[in-house]
Ligand binder design. Structure first.
Ligand SMILES: [Zn+2]
Length: 629
């Protein structure tokens, strides 16, 4: 049975307004996207002010990015005027996201104009490419300044946007008025404005994925061509199921309405950024039209949707900061924020039918094996990948297995599977993480006022579901260096992580879509298989066979046993298979900068790909966990 999803009115009022909104307090923000084809977004603000010293902030700590990643370097052309006269400003020397100025006597409002130089290449998250000739993705934090000294929930904005002719848009903001040139939105707090990005484009589709429901949920698509918008009825049905299954899992929702803002393009960055009432999701152009891409991209929308509950509504205390600049965020609980979202997101992918149970197990096998082959776990406990996350998000790709990066996602997923199966074991099948989900997120249905939590809150909620020393259970997995990944959840689920010489459907799709050859589980290296960098060594397994031979990331594979390497022709894979029945090492020729180097890789174990195999005599609990409710 689904709980009522109507929000209590009193909570809604509390969420939407921190106090009476008077027109005089409103900051107006007009963003012009009509030059997005050359990556220029123009901004104009009118900020009510009083005479005297004033500090303006540019958003620095970006929610969901968990980092001081506000793209300050892309803010240009900044001009401040009052009554048509320019005002001087000076940057703070310790906090470069702040500027100081003196507001003259008699001045009550400030005009601020600027250009946001939206990136044309590279970058992570919102700092990646956000505009194509037919698409513009707008994160409001990139195009505004705000006065220091008040909480983001107490600063009111009235935003508007101008769009190229013929474009449509989607956002969780409520539209106040709309015309051919763009739209003006209803007043909103700075907190909710930054939480409500906008996508716009010439090729646009809006799909109702909560048909007949009182609380609307829509999938909004923009792409570079109409062909890329060809979502099938079966794919739509999986999204409808996702909304149903998530609401059953959590027993609540924390939005008035929810909008997936999905950009399908090879030309923009690819990532997902969660918000309370929407998510800014960007993926491959053929996500709905090529089966392998559909499979590899299947986890994105469930993950970002789960964040509405886990990450936005319930948020680690260290991430619940009052504004976007004055205080740093602390990432120590990302193994809950991201790890549990990864767990619930993948479970919901299976429960909603966007992936099959076999595909779920194949994905889990890949994740588990990747964490298991992380020699860096000998020096860096998982907790430290959380604590340093704001740096590790920007770490280079090479030596990932030794460095350890954002392992709190995937290893977090394994830990939560461990917890879920332990709950089921201790309670003889009566309790599970579904009960935790109800207890931890199910309160205040309809409200999106943030509820911060601590480690103790997580432990106490688990104890409320099932008495156990959860603090010790979790701290052991977080704080100590463990030689192997936490695989007990898979074992209790009735499966074992094993290796076979044949890649799974998921593994093959992953290699094709990501354009890599992943041989980390055999000779211990991963190669770039893209046209541009074919044969480039992306990573080498620390202490693995290729490592022992002397190979490092950044080298380029040229030949295998004297034959030219071609990623499309399985030259290396065939040689690895042939070496099984030989005592001769593989001879690899690689180019490092301007030098050709030869390496002998003494490996005879054949190709290896991760798989989950059923354990004889054990009930397949894993299959019960991912069955639709
Ligand atoms: Zn996430």
């Amino acid at each position: 049975m689904m709980k009522s999803r109507l929000a209590p009115l009193s909570l809604l009022v509390l969420a939407l307004s921190a106090g009476p909104v008077r027109a005089a307090d409103l900051i107006t923000l007009d963003v012009d996207l009509r030059e997005s084809v050359r990556q220029l977004f123009h901004g104009h603000e009118v900020i009510p002010v009083k005479p005297g010293p004033l500090t303006l902030y540019y958003p620095k700590w970006i929610p969901g990015e968990h980092s001081p990643s506000g793209p300050l370097e892309n803010l240009a052309g900044l001009k401040l005027t009052a009554g048509g006269k320019p005002l001087a400003w000076r940057r703070d020397l310790k906090e470069m996201y702040a500027i100081h100025l003196e507001v003259p006597q008699g001045v009550s409002s400030l005009d601020v104009t600027f250009d946001f130089l939206s990136p044309s290449n590279g970058g992570n998250f919102g700092q990646s490419v956000s505009a194509t000739p037919d698409i513009a993705d707008l994160e409001w934090n990139q195009v505004l300044l705000y006065p220091a000294g008040a909480a983001a929930k107490d600063i009111q904005f009235q935003p508007s946007v101008k769009l190229p002719a013929g474009w449509q848009y989607a956002t969780a903001l409520d539209t106040a008025s709309k015309d051919a040139g763009g739209a003006r939105f209803k007043p909103v707090s700075l907190e909710n404005l930054v939480d409500s990005p906008l996508i716009a484009g010439l090729h646009f589709k809006r799909v109702d994925i909560a048909p007949g429901d009182k609380v609307p949920v829509h999938l909004n698509l923009v792409a570079d061509t109409d062909e890329d918008l060809a979502i099938t009825p079966k794919q739509t049905e999986a999204m409808v199921n996702l909304v149903k299954q998530a609401n059953i899992l959590f027993g609540s929702h924390h939005y008035d309405h929810y909008d997936f803002l999905f950009t399908l393009s090879e030309n923009t960055g690819h990532f997902g950024l969660e918000h309370h009432q929407s998510s800014d999701d960007r993926s491959w152009s053929d996500l709905y039209t090529t089966p392998e891409t559909t499979l590899v991209g299947a986890h994105l929308l469930p993950h970002e949707y789960v964040h509405s509950w886990n990450g936005k509504f319930r948020r680690p205390a260290g991430l619940a900061t009052p504004d976007f600049t004055s205080q740093p965020m602390q990432d120590d609980l990302l193994w809950v924020y991201e790890g549990l979202t990864e767990y619930f997101g993948n479970v919901l992918s299976a429960r909603s039918g966007s992936i099959t149970p076999a595909q779920y197990r194949e994905t889990l096998a890949f994740d588990a094996a990747t964490m298991d082959k992380r020699p860096g776990r000998s020096w860096r406990p998982l907790q430290d990948t959380n604590d340093e996350a704001q740096i590790l998000y920007y770490a280079p790709r090479e030596w990932q297995n030794w460095r350890r990066v954002q392992d709190f996602y995937v290893e977090g997923e394994l830990i939560w599977l461990d917890v879920d199966t332990k709950l089921r074991e201790l309670s003889a099948g009566r309790k599970s993480m579904d009960d935790f989900a109800h207890a931890f997120y199910g309160m205040d249905d309809g409200s999106y006022v943030v509820h911060p939590y601590t480690f103790d809150d997580v432990v106490n909620t688990l104890k409320g579901v099932q008495e156990y020393d959860w603090a010790a259970f979790l701290r052991e997995r977080l704080d100590t260096t463990q030689p192997a990944a936490p695989l007990d959840g898979i074992a209790r689920g009735g499966y074992a992580l094993a290796y076979t010489d044949t890649p799974s459907e998921y593994f093959k799709a992953y290699e094709k879509v990501r354009k890599v050859q992943n041989l980390m589980f055999s000779i211990g290296l991963q190669l770039d298989a893209s046209e541009h960098d074919k044969g480039m060594v992306q990573d080498v397994l620390w202490d693995g066979p290729a490592f022992k031979a002397g190979i490092g990331p950044g080298m380029k594979l040229v030949a295998v046993n004297g034959r030219a390497f071609d990623a499309d022709k399985d030259v290396l894979k065939d040689a690895i298979t042939a070496a099984k029945s030989s005592k001769t090492p593989l001879r690899l020729l690689l180019r490092q900068q301007d030098t050709y180097l030869s390496f002998d890789v003494d490996y005879h174990g054949g190709l290896k790909y991760p798989v989950l195999t059923p354990v004889a005599g054990k009930a397949p609990l894993l299959d019960a966990i991912i069955a639709a409710h």
